[in-house]
Ligand binder design. Sequence first.
Ligand code: HEC
Ligand code: HEC
Length: 357
Amino acid sequence: MLRARKWLGLCLTISLNMGLINFVGFGLLGIARGVGETSTASASEPFELSIPLGLKPLPVVKDNPLTEAKIALGKQLYFDPRLSDDNSVSCASCHDPHKGWSNGDATAVGVRGQRGGRSAPTVINSVYQHFQFWDGRAGSLEEQALGPIANPIEMNLPIDQAIARLAAIEGYAEQFQQVFDRPVNAEDLGKALAAFERTVLSGNAPYDRFKAGDKNALSEQAQVGMKLFFGKANCSSCHAGANFTDNGFHNLGVNIHHEQPDSGRVAISQLGGDHGAFKTPTLREIARTAPYMHDGSLATLKDVVEYYSRGATPNDHLDEEIFPLNLSDDQQAALVAFLEEGLSSDEYPLVEPPKLP
Ligand code: HEC
Ligand code: HEC
């Protein structure tokens, strides 16, 4: 069902240069001509990303403008296991483009097989999120990116060591100098990774095309599911807007009766009401990122819909928008059809590992 197509030649940058008009078509992320062969790419050439149907323009980040060379550098770093202490784990190990930019495991496994307590969220459309991580402890992608490198159970490489390693690799030293006009440093490492992540978008799904007027874009069953989603099933009270998230935190009782439940957002906000609350995740490309929830405890979308239908797990802090929906089997199947069919784009952002310096 899920057709993946590389985003080739989608982007057209029109630059006006000394009275001459240059039309420059770039394959996204340099896929077309192979990153690492970008010697001709100007370090400051602005990169105009084409935004898929249904998504909003990218939030503007003043001090980290997108350039082709910066995205190409960030892409190499994203796939480079040398950013982990034993050279075994890269960002892509846990956020694999072939696995919905997540990893198919309930909880993430870092260096030497260490397992954390939370599942790896998708990187897709993360640029639109007001908060990063399940508990929202980081704001921007720049701020987020250095976390996993130093995290002892993820990549376990202190940032100063990461910088020293990169600086010793000629291809990286040169690219950092070219892109940022200074030697390798932590701030620019975060910026390059974030620039690459900003380009990982999914839109133009059947749902978007249906909304834009193509009445054949969704099957009848998925249309029934869509009405439930925005109506009786109340999903859109939290999974709202173009990216299907309100950027808020809610308690659904997931994991709450565990011996040592994850306290979630309250650890960051210190607000009692945030006990057991987690960030509302995007639902785009959701069919690719099983298992579900912050602890990966629900195996399938059918399980998720069943969980909501019965009213999730009641507890003292259960969100007021969560209550038994008592959906019939047909209604549950329709909701699943909407999620699977409606939110899976056939312009899925599949990116292959680049050549590393
Ligand atoms: C060992 C697995 C692992 C590795 C390696 C890893 N991550 Fe993650 N990532 C996770 C987990 C687990 C979370 C959620 C953690 C949490 O919420 O506390 C996460 C969260 C994120 C988020 C936030 C997404 C959201 O919706 O909140 C982004 C963005 C991200 N990682 C990018 C990266 C980048 C960039 C790298 C490489 C520098 C990386 N990750 C390396 C497992 C990993
Ligand atoms: C009160 C807000 C709220 C409502 C209403 C709500 N959700 Fe969620 N949804 C969340 C939050 C928060 C999470 C993550 C919870 C966690 O992991 O503890 C989530 C997780 C999910 C996930 C798993 C995503 C992933 O990446 O693991 C799916 C699928 C989902 N919701 C679909 C739905 C559907 C379908 C409905 C309607 C039947 C719905 N949601 C109603 C807030 C909500």
